[in-house]
Ligand binder design. Structure first.
Ligand code: SRM
Ligand code: SF4
Length: 580
């Protein structure tokens, strides 16, 4: 099969960078040792495959410009952690690296990874080396490859454990095999990765049997979910596996393909899309089904226009029937039709839970995934002490929260006491709005941010909590997700409320999705100034309180009434488009 359906002269510049990179080497090693604080344009796209991004401290921009200085280059380093599972020892190493080389914070991500921000170029080698020394990796955390594989992080039943195991097997199978990473960051040594990413010696040769030398047209994302607990947002994945299970046994999976959130304001050719049910597979067919989807994307994905280079556009443009036929031609087994299944729940896994083996896990809500010490809550120090003393196994959740697992009943009171001592709030003291809320990093680190997100979300939550209290709605779960641009990094187009950066302090407000993540929301109003978001949502929440049906969630209410009626209720202009 040809590596790309596009002719070479139509391919994007990044395609050429990849092709000429000698399996992702480029001149990264040379530039790393050069006395400059950043990488050149070509290497800037290649370093992503190695798990880090070149960024600029956007807070420093104005003063530096005034002082006649150029950009203050910083780097974001991302750890790829399949199913979000790591040990306390690994966490402590990353925490130490955050102190030594980054901005003193750890950022849990919406795909169960960890990011460090503010690393200087001169410290990249030590940071990435340190991450590998504790048997984590950054290889393939970014770039045009399979990204971190997600799975429900809770540790309490055989089905979830099987999904976590499958996530790790896929991560290992689809990890890039180039030796470039090891040469550059590990001085040519082969590290023995965490079991999930272990590769055989032969797999470390410069041969990419699955990707080929130009890798994928774009990123590719895989997640495993349960119908009764869609905490991974399976419909947002390029490739989602929705398990069928009975009596603790996995019976098979529906394969969903084509989910993705990214879009560009004003470009109708780009849009969020929910994954479509494509096939049913048996439990032992997972790896082959994943490899088939990746190869299909490799061969047919758009290599000319990166804005349309996601598998969702193939599903959309071809239609499900044609997509199925092509997918079936990549499968080494006979295609079977998907089965009927509905999403019936989502669990954030917060608070204390019995694990099923006599031990417990504790889900701690981390506001927007940022682990830092702040006045009144020394979250980072508190977690460090708990890790050092009790050595729990850890799971990062798809909602940027943290589960401390394998805790004995004996240790529970002391862990509770320590968390209180450090000002870390138990889940009971955190509003439902905050628990279900997520925001992306945006300014000052993200180069694509148009508006604030992580820094403005806590204030917005405070304002909305006042409204919810006045309306008597505090016991109603409502998912609110905010991003600093339309790329959709915390999946804002499926939530009850999505707030998406539009232009400086103006946002587009979406409503009508829901916590289950199985429906896209619609635009309520465009270009809403930050200061107008709470009054707008207060009007919506008031009509919801007055008109909702028994047990109806906010998103379901908006969906039932439809865009026109909902816009009328809040006094929003009638002409908003679905997305963008
Ligand atoms: Fe994302 C780009 C942060 C999950 C869609 N994302 C970025 C970059 C790297 C900006 C850049 O390219 O320069 C952001 C770095 C900001 C920073 O300073 O840290 C960034 N994305 C994040 C994280 C950290 C958000 C978070 O709050 O947790 C998540 C890291 C996940 C991880 O561990 O791998 C993150 N990004 C997502 C998700 C959610 C998901 O995967 O479930 C999405 C939507 C799903 C999807 O892929 O469609 C997402 N990120 C994007 C896009 C849009 C891609 C597209 O199809 O158009 C971009 C832009 C791009 O790739 O060019 C992007
Ligand atoms: Fe950056 Fe936009 Fe992603 Fe937020 S949604 S992290 S602003 S790319």
């Amino acid at each position: 099969m040809a590596e790309s359906s596009q002719t070479p002269n139509k391919r994007s510049a990044v395609e050429l960078h990849k092709e000429e990179s000698r399996f992702l080497r480029g001149s990264i090693a040379e530039e790393l040792s050069a006395q400059v604080d950043h990488f050149s344009e070509v290497n800037k796209s290649l370093i992503k495959f190695h798990g880090f991004y070149q960024q600029e401290d956007r807070d420093a921009r104005k003063t530096r410009r005034k002082d006649g200085l150029g950009k203050f280059y910083i780097f974001m380093v991302r750890c790829k952690i399949p199913a979000g599972r790591l040990t306390a020892e690994q966490y402590l190493v990353v925490d130490e690296l955050a102190e030594k080389y980054a901005n003193g914070t750890l950022r849990l991500t919406s795909r169960q990874g960890i990011q460090l921000h503010g690393v200087l170029k001169k410290d990249l080698h030590a940071t990435i080396r340190g991450i590998n020394d504790c048997l984590l990796t950054t290889l393939g955390a970014c770039g045009d490859v399979n990204r971190n594989v997600m799975a429900c992080p809770a540790a309490f039943d055989p089905v979830r454990r099987e999904l976590q195991h499958q996530a790790q097997a896929i991560a290992a199978h689809l990890a890039p095999r180039t030796r470039a990473y090891h040469e550059i960051w590990l001085n040519g040594q082969r590290q023995i990765l965490q079991p999930s990413l272990q590769q055989s010696a032969s797999a470390l040769e410069d041969d990419e049997p699955i990707y080929g030398k130009v890798y994928l047209p774009r990123k590719f994302k895989i997640g495993f979910s349960l119908p009764d607990d869609n905490c991974v947002d399976v419909f947002a994945q390029d490739l989602g596996f929705l398990v069928f299970h009975h009596g603790g046994q996995v019976l098979g999976y529906n394969v969903l393909i084509g989910g993705g959130m990214g879009m560009t304001h004003g470009n109708a050719q780009t849009f969020p899309f929910l994954g479509r049910e494509i096939a049913w597979i048996e439990p032992d067919q997972v790896l082959a089904a994943a490899e088939a989807a990746v190869k299909l994307f490799r061969d047919h994905g758009n290599r000319a226009d990166r804005k349309r280079a996601r598998i969702k556009y193939l599903v959309h443009d071809w239609g499900v029937e044609k997509f199925r036929q092509v997918y079936a031609s990549y499968l080494p087994f006979s295609w079977q039709p998907p089965r009927d299944v509905a999403i019936t729940g989502v669990d954030l896994h917060l608070g204390w839970h019995e694990q099923g083996d006599g031990r417990w896990f504790l889900g701690i809500s981390i506001e927007n995934g940022r682990i830092k010490d702040a006045p009144g809550s020394r979250l980072r120090s508190g977690l460090r002490e708990v890790m050092a003393r009790f050595r729990p196994t850890l799971n990062i959740t798809p909602q940027q929260d943290l589960l401390l697992c394998d805790i004995t009943p004996h240790d529970r009171p002391e862990i509770d006491r320590l968390l209180t001592e450090y000002g870390i709030r138990p889940v009971e003291r955190i509003s439902l709005l905050e628990r279900y809320g997520m925001a992306c990093p945006a300014i000052p680190t993200c180069g694509l941010a148009i508006s604030e997100s992580e820094r403005t979300m806590p204030g917005l939550i405070d304002e909305l909590e006042v409204v919810l209290t006045e309306l008597g709605l505090t016991s109603q779960p409502i998912s609110i997700r905010m991003t600093g641009c339309p790329n959709g990094c915390v999946r804002p187009y499926q939530s009850d409320i999505g707030i998406v950066g539009r232009s400086g302090d103006k946002y587009t407000v979406f409503v009508g999705g829901r916590i289950f993540g199985d429906r896209l929301n619609f635009m309520l109003q465009d270009l809403v100034p930050r200061s107008e978001i709470t009054p707008l949502l207060a009007r919506l929440l008031r009509s919801y309180r007055d008109e909702r049906q028994d047990g109806e969630g906010l998103g379901d209410y908006c969906h039932r009434l439809g865009p026109e009626a909902i816009r009328q209720r809040v006094g929003a202009p009638a002409d908003a488009k679905p997305h963008g």
